[in-house]
Design a protein around this ligand. Structure first.
Ligand code: PEP
Ligand code: MG
Length: 761
C-alpha cells in the first residue's frame, strides 16, 4: 500500500497540472481504480442546491456520468455527506439508506466505501469505491481514501472545476480578483493568433528571414510607442512604464540573438521566434518569486504581438460601438490601449494572477478585472457578459433577471459616483461639527491625481515599495529623489507621510528576495530589514529629505517598529542624513518622524516613544493580522478574518487613549479606514484622521457628512457588549440603513471580503 500511496500522491500532483477541469476528475477516478484495484471509483460533487452530481466514474454506466444527481441526504452518498464520516459496507444493498438509481447499474456491486470531501467546514463532495465481492474495504484502504479525499477537496475547491462543471450551467465562472467594480458588455476575444501553436518549418532564405525579423522589430517598436502615447494620456508614467517591459525585451541582445540563431540554424521566422519566446518565458515561469513568475506573461504577450505583426494582423483597432469586455488567455496592455476610454467595461484573463500587469493597469484605470478563470465554455465574440470584480465572478449570457439586478447595481454605482462628485469640494465634517481629516494612500505615481481629485488633504501613507518593485535593481538616490519629489510637489502645502521601505513578508523585491524564512511574517521585514541594510536606508532617507527641499511637507513613517532600540537607531541615522546633506550644501530640515502601530508590542511602548516621535499611524492590516494570528491572504483562513473583531477594537481604543494622554497625533491607514462599519466605530472611539485609497474617499466622506459623533460613540459603546464580529457589523449596518445610508454601500466589500448588504430601508 505504501507504494500505492506514493503513486497516488504523484497522481494528485499530476491531476493538479491537468489543463481541463474535467480531465482532472477523470484522471482522479481512473488512477484510484487502477491503484486500488477496485471495480468502481466515482466522484460526486455538491451543487448549490446540495444535490450530489455524479461528476466522474470509472465502473458505473457511462451515461449516468454528469446526468445523475442524488437529492440532498439521499442514499449512501447522502449519508456520507450528512454524517461527514466514512461509510464502509460489505453489502451496500442491505443497508437501510441504500437508494437505487437505475441509470448507474450499480446493483452489480456490493462492497462500498464512501468518504466525504470537506473544504472550509463544508462537504463539497463524496469519493466512492465499490467492488463486486461482498467484502468490506480494509482499514488501510479506508484510511487511504480519507487521506486522498483531503487532498482532493483542496484541489477541487480551488480549481475552476466546481464553477466549470456546475456553476457554468448557470453561466457563472469564478476567478481571482484583478480589479474591483461591475461591468456589463460584449465579449471581444483577444486571441488573434497563438505563437505557441506555431510549428518549426524549414527556412529556404535565411538572409531574407533575418531582414524580415529586423523590419518586424522596427514595426512593433513603433506600434508600442503609439500605444504608450495613447495610454499615457490616462495614466502617469510609472504605470505606462509597464510598456518598458516590452521595449526592454525587444532590445535585449540575448533574446534577439536567440531568434537570429534559430533562423540561421534553418528554422523559419515564426518557429525561431516561438522557440526564443518559450525559452525566456519558461525561465521566468520557473522562478519562485510570484512577481517575477508573473512576468512570463509579458514575454508571451510580446511574442504574440510580434507574430501577429508578422502575419499582418494588429490588435483589434475597429472602435467598438458598445461597451466591450476584453477576454483572452492573457489580455495585453496593447489590447487595452486599443479600446477608447469609456468603451472598456471589463477584462477577463483566463490565465494570470492579481500580480499581472493587466491587473495593475485595470486597477489604475478603474476597470473591473478578473484573472485566472481557467477555460470558459461557450465563449464567443459578442456574447453578453457581466464582470463582477468585487466577487471575482464572470456571468456569461446572463438571464433577464440577473441582468436587471446587475444593471441596477451598475446604475447605483454610477448614480453614487455622481452624488459623490457633488461633495468633492466639501469638507469631511460630521453632522455635529467634528472635522475629520481624510488622507490618501498611494504608492504608484498614477495614484497622485485621483487622490487630489477626490479631495485628499494629504498623503497618509506613501508606500515606497512600489517604485522599488517595478525595477530590476535598487533605485539610486537621484532616481528616488525624482520619484519622491513628484509626490511631494503634487501635495505642496499638504503633509505627505512617506514610509521607509517595507519589504519582506508578503512584499518581495524581484532582485532581492528575502528567502528561506520559516515564518516570513515574523521575519526580516520592515524596519528590521532596512536597519540591517542601513546603506539602503540611508540612500532612501537622503532622497526623501532632498526631495522635500523647499516644500517642507515630508513626514517619515517607520514600518513594523516593535522596540525602542529600532526607533533610537533610526533617529541616529536620520540625524546623520540631515547632517550629511547640510554639509553638502543642501538647504534641508529634519522632517517629522512617526511610527506605524502594527505590531501589538508597540502599543504598550507608546508612552516611552512620546518624546521621540511626532505622530503615529495605525496599520490596521498588520495589527489585525498579528492580534488575531490570521493571515487574510491565506485562503484557508481568510474567511475567519474580520478587523471588526472585539479584540482589535479594544486595542485600537487603547492606542487612541495612550496617544491622547501623550498628545501624539494619530491616524489610521489600513483597510479599516475604508470599511464604512469600521469607520463608524473608529470615529466613536475618538479617531479623527483616516487614510485610504483615493477611490474610497468620496464614499467615506459621504458617510462622515451624514453621521454624528454622538451616534458613532453610541454604536461603538454598543459594540463593546458584542462577542462576535458579525453582531457588531449587523448592529452598525442596521443603524446606517435606518439612517438611509444604504446606497453608500452597494458593491462595497468589508474587511472580511463579504459584501455589505444594506438594501433600502
Ligand atoms: C497596514 O499594515 O495596515 C498597512 C497599512 O501597511 P501594509 O498594508 O502596507 O502592510
Ligand atoms: Mg503593514
Amino acid at each position: 500500500m505504501t507504494d500505492v500511496i506514493h503513486q497516488l500522491a504523484r497522481i494528485v500532483q499530476t491531476v493538479a497540472l491537468a489543463e481541463q477541469p474535467i480531465d482532472q476528475v477523470n484522471l482522479v477516478v481512473e488512477s484510484i481504480s487502477t491503484g486500488m484495484a477496485v471495480d468502481v471509483c466515482s466522484l460526486y460533487l455538491a451543487n448549490s442546491r446540495g444535490e450530489m452530481l455524479l461528476l466522474a466514474s470509472r465502473g458505473l454506466a457511462a451515461n449516468a456520468v454528469r446526468s445523475v444527481k442524488i437529492p440532498p441526504g439521499k442514499g449512501l452518498v447522502g449519508l456520507v455527506a450528512t454524517s461527514r464520516h466514512p461509510v464502509n459496507l460489505a453489502d451496500a444493498e442491505s443497508h437501510p439508506a441504500f437508494y437505487y438509481i437505475a441509470e448507474t447499474e450499480e446493483e452489480r456491486f456490493h462492497g462500498f466505501c464512501g468518504v466525504p470531501l470537506v473544504h472550509t467546514g463544508k462537504v463539497i463532495g463524496v469519493l466512492v469505491v465499490q467492488g463486486r465481492d461482498v467484502r468490506q474495504f480494509s482499514e488501510e484502504e479506508q484510511g487511504f481514501l480519507v487521506t486522498l479525499a483531503a487532498h482532493l477537496a483542496l484541489l477541487l475547491a480551488n480549481s475552476p472545476l466546481a464553477s466549470d462543471e456546475l456553476g457554468q450551467q448557470e453561466g457563472r465562472i469564478t476567478g481571482i480578483r484583478g480589479a474591483p467594480g461591475i461591468g456589463i458588455g460584449y465579449c471581444r476575444l483577444c486571441d488573434h493568433g497563438e505563437l505557441y501553436a506555431v510549428a518549426n518549418a524549414p527556412c529556404p532564405d535565411a538572409t531574407g528571414a533575418l531582414r524580415d525579423w529586423h523590419d518586424l522589430l522596427v514595426v512593433v517598436r513603433r506600434e508600442i510607442e503609439q500605444e504608450q502615447q495613447t495610454i499615457a494620456g490616462e495614466l502617469a508614467d510609472s504605470v505606462a512604464g509597464i510598456f518598458s517591459a516590452y521595449t526592454m525585451l525587444l532590445a535585449d541582445p540575448a533574446f534577439l540573438g536567440h531568434v537570429e540563431k534559430g533562423i540561421i540554424a534553418g528554422n523559419w521566422l515564426p518557429g525561431a521566434l516561438r522557440q526564443a519566446i518559450q525559452h525566456f518565458a519558461e525561465l521566468f515561469r520557473a522562478m519562485d518569486d510570484p512577481y517575477l513568475k508573473a512576468r512570463h506573461e509579458d514575454i508571451h504577450h510580446i511574442g504574440n504581438k510580434l507574430y501577429n505583426a508578422w502575419r499582418g494582423i494588429r490588435a483589434e483597432t475597429v472602435p467598438p460601438d458598445r461597451p466591450v469586455i476584453l477576454v483572452g488567455a492573457q489580455v495585453s496592455v496593447s489590447e487595452i490601449a486599443a479600446v477608447p476610454a469609456g468603451m472598456l467595461a471589463g477584462i477577463v484573463c483566463l490565465e494570470g494572477s492579481s500580480l499581472s500587469h493587466t491587473a495593475v493597469l485595470a486597477n489604475a484605470l478603474g476597470i473591473p478585472a478578473i484573472m485566472g478563470t481557467g477555460s470558459i465554455r461557450n465563449l464567443a465574440n459578442d456574447c453578453l457578459m457581466i464582470v463582477d470584480g468585487n466577487s471575482a465572478q464572470v456571468m456569461l449570457n446572463p438571464g433577464a433577471a440577473l441582468l436587471t439586478e446587475y444593471r441596477k447595481l451598475e446604475d447605483d454605482q454610477r448614480f453614487l459616483m455622481q452624488q459623490l462628485e457633488q461633495i468633492r469640494e466639501l469638507p469631511a465634517v460630521t453632522t455635529d461639527g467634528a472635522d475629520i481629516t481624510l488622507y490618501t494612500n498611494t504608492g504608484l505615481l498614477a495614484d497622485i491625481s485621483p487622490g487630489l481629485r477626490n479631495g485628499a488633504q494629504g498623503v497618509g501613507l506613501y508606500r515606497t515599495e512600489i517604485p522599488f518593485m517595478i525595477r530590476n535593481s535598487f533605485p539610486s538616490e537621484e532616481e528616488q529623489v525624482a520619484v519622491y519629489s513628484q509626490v511631494l510637489s503634487a501635495y505642496h502645502g499638504k503633509p505627505v507621510h512617506m514610509r521607509t521601505l517595507d519589504i519582506g513578508g508578503d512584499k518581495q523585491l524581484p532582485y532581492f528576495p528575502v528567502e528561506n524564512e520559516e515564518n516570513p511574517a515574523l521575519g526580516w521585514r520592515g524596519i528590521r530589514f532596512t536597519l540591517d541594510n542601513s546603506q539602503l536606508l540611508m540612500t532612501q532617507v537622503r532622497a526623501m529629505i532632498r526631495a522635500a527641499q523647499g516644500l517642507d511637507n515630508l513626514r517619515i513613517l517607520l514600518p513594523m517598529v516593535s522596540s525602542t532600540g529600532e526607533l533610537d537607531d533610526f533617529r541616529e541615522l536620520l540625524g546623520d542624513a540631515v547632517g550629511q546633506l547640510l554639509a553638502e550644501g543642501y538647504a534641508v530640515r529634519r522632517p517629522a518622524l512617526g511610527v506605524m502601530i502594527e505590531v501589538p508590542a508597540a502599543i504598550s511602548q507608546i508612552p516611552f516613544w512620546a518624546n521621540k516621535i511626532d505622530f503615529i499611524s495605525i496599520g490596521s492590516n498588520d495589527l489585525s493580522q498579528y492580534l488575531l494570528a490570521l493571515d487574510r491572504n491565506n485562503p484557508r483562513v481568510a474567511a475567519r478574518y474580520d478587523h471588526v473583531h472585539p479584540a482589535v477594537l479594544l486595542e485600537i481604543g487603547r492606542i487612541l487613549q495612550l496617544a491622547a494622554e501623550h498628545q501624539i497625533p494619530v491616524s489610521l491607514c489600513g483597510e479599516m479606514a475604508s470599511d464604512p462599519v469600521a469607520v463608524v466605530l473608529l470615529l466613536g472611539l475618538g479617531l479623527r484622521t483616516l487614510s485610504m485609497s483615493a477611490t474610497k474617499i468620496p464614499r467615506i466622506k459621504w458617510l462622515i457628512r451624514s453621521l454624528s459623533i454622538k451616534t458613532a460613540e453610541r454604536l461603538s459603546q454598543d459594540a463593546r457588549a458584542c462577542r462576535y464580529p458579525a453582531d457588531i457589523r449587523a448592529r452598525v449596518e442596521a443603524a446606517l440603513a435606518a439612517a438611509g445610508l444604504q446606497d453608500l454601500f452597494s458593491g462595497h466589500t468589508t474587511g472580511a471580503g463579504n459584501p455589505v448588504k444594506l438594501r433600502p430601508a
